[in-house]
Design a binder for this molecule. Structure first.
Ligand code: KG4
Ligand code: ZN
Length: 342
């Protein structure tokens, strides 16, 4: 490999975060994320509002990322952007912007699969962080996905198992909604859970295949549990919020850990990574750290800022493609549905 200095700009706009990042070879120089507050009062992401907010944010966010990196746009070697999966209106903003900028600067354009990027965030070079060796297994847990992926090479991935209904992030967010918490509720459940007893209430775990997930039954179970108890005591949620959150979180994380144990048994791969928004959860992070001691796994936990949607992961995926001269044609289009293997 040459020791040329390569600057890649990454652009992420798949859902409700507008983000831009500059990386130099494998190192992050900037990673700017503009969250969209506008959705909280609707209890979920409103696609039309998301694309409008991306349009407002994209120019200042990209400008800030380039400035913070201490370079000018003329130093960039390529532009990487999220092609999909995601909300079409949101993806279109990032895609069109990336295309115009690449054309204007006359540099390569590189499309990136958002699901691959969550996993490839593990290849960002940071002090104190370890890069996983091939093959490794990644549990991708986000608001839209829950899957176990085997990674044999940077762009050679295989889905070993996934959810048959809701994603784990949805399980967190929908449970939070039942408790009257604002969107996205995952981080709030995590926060309150730290103050509660995880064994206070028991919820039934779903019965599905060894490497499969299902969360819709759990959500219904939680709904009935809350309805029954608030009928008897209207202040039930208020009086037990910490214990309820701790018990819900404990059940969800138990399900995830069970599936990881099944995966290790089935594949004999003990290099285990987690990725996606839910990998920010403090309990899963703790459980993976102890798995390292108890079961001899080597675990890879992303830095907090690379768990939820961010452009640094898009830039590192773009950099790895750049090294393979894997560029996109200007005719490339956004794709709302895209598998991690595509
Ligand atoms: O990866 P991400 O930012 O967006 C998608 O691609 O879906 O994931 C967002 C999801 C949301 O469901 C959010 O509630 C969840 O990640 N999340 C958490 C935590 N932080 C974010 N869930 C549980 N505990 C957390 N600390
Ligand atoms: Zn994501």
């Amino acid at each position: 490999m040459s020791n040329k200095t390569v600057y890649i700009l990454g652009i992420e706009s798949s859902c409700d975060d507008t983000s831009a990042s500059v990386i130099c070879n494998g190192k992050v120089l900037s990673n700017v994320v503009a969250n969209q507050e506008v959705h909280a009062k609707y209890g979920g992401v409103v696609p039309e509002l998301a694309s409008r907010a991306h349009q407002q944010n994209i120019v200042p966010v990209v400008q800030q990322a380039i400035e913070q990196a201490g370079i000018t746009k003329h130093d960039l070697n390529a532009i990487a952007f999220t092609r999909g999966p995601g909300l079409m209106g949101s993806l279109l903003v990032g895609t069109s912007f990336a295309k115009s900028l690449a054309l204007g600067l006359n540099i390569p354009l590189i499309d990136v699969n958002h699901m691959q990027a969550h996993i490839l965030a593990h290849f960002i070079e940071e002090e104190g962080s370890q890069i996983p060796p091939f093959p490794f297994v990644c549990l991708t847990i986000s608001g839209g996905h829950t899957q176990i992926v085997k990674i044999t090479n940077h762009f050679e991935m295989e889905i070993l198992g996934e959810t048959i209904d809701d994603a784990v992030g949805e399980a967190f967010d929908k449970s939070a909604k039942i408790l009257g918490l604002p969107y996205p509720g995952g981080p709030l459940i995590d926060k309150y859970a730290q103050l509660g007893n995880p064994k206070a209430f028991k919820f039934t775990k779903p019965k599905v295949g060894n490497l499969e997930f299902s969360f819709s039954g759990l959500k219904t179970g939680i709904l009935y549990f809350i309805q029954k108890n608030t009928k008897e005591n209207p202040d039930f949620i208020k009086e037990n919020l910490h214990d309820i959150c701790a018990s819900i979180q404990h059940t969800i994380i138990e399900i995830l850990m069970d599936k990881l144990k099944n995966t290790v048994k089935q594949t004999d791969i003990k290099h285990i990574a987690i990725a996606g928004g839910v990998s920010a959860n403090s309990e899963i992070r703790k459980r993976l750290t102890t798995a390292q001691k108890h079961w001899g796994w080597t675990t890879y936990i992303p830095k907090f800022e690379y768990t939820t949607d961010n452009a640094a992961m898009i830039a590192i995926a773009g950099y790895l493609k750049y090294l393979n001269n894997d560029y996109s044609d200007i005719s490339v289009t956004a794709k709302a549905r895209l598998k991690v293997t595509e």
